[in-house]
Design a protein around this ligand. Structure first.
Ligand code: AHG
Ligand code: MN
Ligand code: MN
Length: 335
């Protein structure tokens, strides 16, 4: 395959679109550089005293790991100075991250999970950075409002993730299909390796943390039992694959076909809608999976249609091959 870089691919596909102003290219370039910097630390994490905990807890009430914090710092520093954003929001920060007064602003908004799959960092399991990009809705020059941030997922202008695994890959969409680029460490460039990714219509993999079955409602248990039943009406015997790293479980199912479920559970009364975040996890992956021909719901409703109420709201997530996600909706509606 010829060596096609991300920017070359973007410029080729965006030549007519309003995205080709160079400002989106600048934003994506800074995301790519941040990914390369984070990748360096992830790859030597065991050596660089960067494993383990910081001793702090984040806005989610979760213990922050040193690599989480490092990734967050890299992304905030680089993207604040990209000159194309009017606001940043991170899973790790309670509030919006302002653009420093001495930095030029733009009309893009970036919302991100700096390192997804944190619990796996010390065990050398694939983790990743997930990002979501909106354009502000209020006039440029005015202060950014929460109306600019709390937009429905269908308003995203782009979404993607960088997965730090057996290889380091960038997978993203600007609404023109989903394209995967693999980092060639010998030249330090992400090169096109997976053009126009399409998720199989139906998979043979289901991903869910069945350790929480006790905390699921009855319709959810019935939906999971469908995928465990070798005599289900799809004629397929499903395999269970669950890494505990959303970006890794999602990426495998995107390429092979399959369904990932993180249902609402009664385990934590503070989080009745499950653990995953709408703005920095469900929305970006929902845009990607729909662009790849798949589907993403909260079990019933399309993720991209959900009107957010607050920045860190959680949402149940059922995402992957369209026929499998439709089957879950059918089973949940049947009750
Ligand atoms: P994060 O590391 O950004 O907090 O996300 C972790 C999430 C997600 O990656 C994964 O699917 C899920 O946590 C696993 O949760 P359980 O351990 O409850 O299954
Ligand atoms: Mn996450
Ligand atoms: Mn995270």
């Amino acid at each position: 395959m010829p060596q096609i870089t991300v920017i070359e691919h973007l410029l080729y596909h965006q030549k007519e679109s309003p995205m080709a102003t160079g400002r989106f290219t600048r934003l994506l370039s800074e995301m790519i550089l941040s990914g390369k910097i984070i990748n360096q630390e992830v790859n030597k994490a065991g050596l660089a005293e960067i494993l383990g905990m910081t001793g702090e807890t984040n806005v989610q009430g979760e213990k922050v790991r040193k690599l989480d914090e490092f990734a967050n710092r890299v992304l905030v520093h680089r993207l604040q100075r990209a000159g194309v954003l009017c606001a940043l929001a991170s899973e790790e920060n309670a509030d919006l991250i302002p653009i420093p007064a001495d930095c030029p602003q733009g009309d893009y908004i970036l919302i991100f999970d700096p390192l997804d799959g944190s619990s796996n960092i010390d065990a050398n399991v694939s983790i990743g950075t997930i990002f979501s990009i909106f354009r502000r809705v209020s006039p440029c020059g005015e202060p950014v409002s929460m109306a600019d941030i709390l937009q429905r997922g269908i308003q995203q202008v782009a979404a993607g993730y960088i997965i730090y695994g057996s290889s380091t890959m960038l997978v993203y969409t600007t609404g023109n299909g989903v394209h995967g680029f693999t980092l060639d460490p010998s030249i330090g460039e992400f090169l096109l390796s997976h053009p126009d990714i399409q998720i199989p219509e139906r998979g043979k993999i289901y991903s869910a943390n069945e350790g929480y079955r006790h905390y699921w409602d009855q319709p959810t248990c019935k939906a999971l039992d469908y995928f465990k039943d070798p005599n289900n009406d799809s004629g397929r015997v499903y395999r269970s694959r669950y890494i505990g790293s959303l970006v890794a479980d999602f990426h495998r199912n995107l390429l092979y076909g399959g369904i990932f479920l993180y249902p609402a559970d009664s385990k934590d009364p503070n989080h009745p809608h499950g653990k995953l975040r709408l703005m920095c996890e469900a929305n970006p992956l929902a845009l990607i999976v729909e662009q790849a021909g798949g589907m993403a719901t909260d079990g019933i409703n399309r993720i991209l249609d959900i009107q957010p109420d607050e920045l860190h709201q959680r949402v149940p997530l059922v995402i992957g091959s369209k026929q499998d996600v439709l089957k879950v909706r059918e089973l949940l509606q049947a009750g």
